[in-house]
Every structure is written in C-alpha cells, then in structure tokens.
Design a protein around this ligand. Sequence first.
Ligand code: MG
Length: 390
Amino acid sequence: MNPLVTKVETFIVTVPRDTPYLGPLGPGERVNARGYVVRKGNGTIYPSLDRSVAVRVTCADGSEGWGETYGICAPRATCEIINDLLAPELIGRNPEDVERIWDDLYGLMRVRGCNSGFHVDAITALDIALWDLRARAHGLPLWQMLGSRQRERVPGYLSGLPASTLEGRVEMARRFREQGHDAFKIHAVISSEGIVEEVAALREALGDDALLMADLHWKFSADEALALIEQLAPYRLHFVEAPVKPEDVAGLAWLSAHSPTPIAAGEEWYTEYEVRLRLSQQSVRFIQPEMGHTGITQFLRINALAEADGVQTAPHATIGTGLFLAASLHASVTVPGLWRHEWQHSVFARALELLDTDMAYADRSYRLPGGPGLGVRPGQRFWDYAEPLS
Ligand code: MG
C-alpha cells in the first residue's frame, strides 16, 4: 500500500526583475499601483516582477512532491482554490491514482464554468506534485513513468529578444546566431517599428538558413491575419503563432486552411476538451501545450490527440521557478511528435538560480534533470523569495 497524501502547502514565489518581461516599457506603458504593466502591443497585463505558485504535497511516510503552476497574475486566487477547495479533497488520496485524481478535481467545478483558467491551474500544481511523488515512490526519473524515451535531450528554439528597439533586437539576434543558435521566435506584435519591418530585418540579420517564427499574440481577426501572413511570406516563417483571439475557434480553422505559412497555437489551451474542439477542425500544424497550465496528465492526453492528427508538438515555456519546466522536459522526451521546446533564455537562466538541479540548456537543446521524480528541488534562493499561504 502506497502512503497517502496528508498535507498540501502553497507558496507564492516572487522574484524581482530589473527589466519587465518582454523588455523595457514602451511609449505610453507604465507600472500600475499593483505592479502590473499593460502592454500596448497586445492589451495584455503582465507583472513587473516574476511570480509563480508552487505546492508541496506530503504523504504519510514523509515523502514530498513538488508542483508548480502559472502564477504571474493574482497568484492568491490560485492558492485559495488549492487550499479551500482542492486540498481537502486530495488528502487521503494515493498519488498512484494521479490521473483519476485529475478527473475528480476537475469534476468538482466543471458545471460552474471553471473548466479552464485559475481552477485548472490549481489542479495543475497538484498534478505535477503527485506525479513527482509517484515517480519517487518507484525510484524512477519522472519520464520513465510517462512513456518511452524518444530522444536523449530535448531540442529547443530561442524565444524572445528583449531589447527596446528593433536595432537592439537585431544586434541581440546576431549575437545568438554567432553562438550557434539556429531557430528564433520573436514577439512580433510588441514591435513599435512594425511587424513586417521587424521580420524583414531579422531575416536579413539571421541569414537564409535560420528558422524564424513570429508570435502574433492573438491580436488579429482571421482576415487581418491572413493579409499580414501574405505580406510576411517572402521571409519564410517556419510558423506564425497565435494569430487570432483565443475565442475565435472558427477563424483559426479558416486561417489554417488558407495560410501559406503553418499556424501554431495552444499555449492557452488547458485541457484535452479545448484541444479536441480545435484539432477536430484542423486548426493548427503545431500545438504548444504549456505545462504550467496543463499539468502532466493533460499534457500527455493533449499530445496523444495531436499525435493521432499528425500535429507536431512545440511545448511552450513561460515564467516559473523551473519546477513545471522540469516536468515539461520529462514529458517532452517521451513525445514521438515533438518538434522543439521553447527556450526563453532570460526566464530559464533566472529559474536555474532558484533550484538545486543539473538541468541545463546548451547546444540548442535542454538536458533533463537527473535523479528520481522531477529531478529538481527548491534551492536557497527559492526559499528567500517564497511566501507560504494557507
Ligand atoms: Mg506565445
């Protein structure tokens, strides 16, 4: 009999930043009274600090599992859902039943419209911790619980060029290219110089054989996106990401059918249910599950759907302490249809400082953390920045 869950703890981890995520403030942008910035390019709110929600789940034998979810905005909301709603239902359960536990916790609130967003984020943190516990109980690295190893390392692509001018971004791209990086994704809508100008300048700087992708941050109608993608066609983008609003399911499918460039999307899709709806309409050629939203259970189910439809997986990487990124890497080595995993260099370097881990990025690929379970544990700096909530 495996030991059962006896305790759940939540932590908000807040790490100061000199320059906000996505680069210095642009014209008309300001940090508000709660420390958030609304980016003019896409109208989305971001914290000026890095923030995340981590959980520690403890079992009767004292074994501990760690999990993490997306916590950059209103992290107390996620902690409250865990502490008030989910933890009491998790205590007494067996980590061996992690997939069934996901279904049970999701089922608690599915009829109340809580089938995505904060509620599923809260489940995600627990799901990763339970998988960590389960793998540790078996004495195995997490990936070995998830499937067959398809590759030794996880190939990556460089994401984000955080400089305030196009000139600065071109210079940064050139430096990375000289270091051997061969695939670059840019936050095109953040550019105040213009999207086409941005892509043209980077293609020129990077040369013909580098892969270039543009993230459009859900900004356009399907018609507008198609017109823009046609303008960008001479620069041979490998994919265009998140071209239309998340709610525009029909528009994404229409665009994918007409676009000369492959469409990528999915960092905001939490569950197999959201994904099935899109894939049934051939909406994307690349799917981008974000482990901080999906957890391991949904990441695997989403990938199974993508696999069946011949859609390539390009996992998303976002701000976190590195705990859910480690989970994403473990899952990614088992995904047959993996393209490449996003590498947000500025975010990854900061995460490594928080953890005790041998996880690394070199030679255009991630090295998986070694050891049982996730293979990562909070380090001293994590604890310096962690605030427990109950
Ligand atoms: Mg994106």
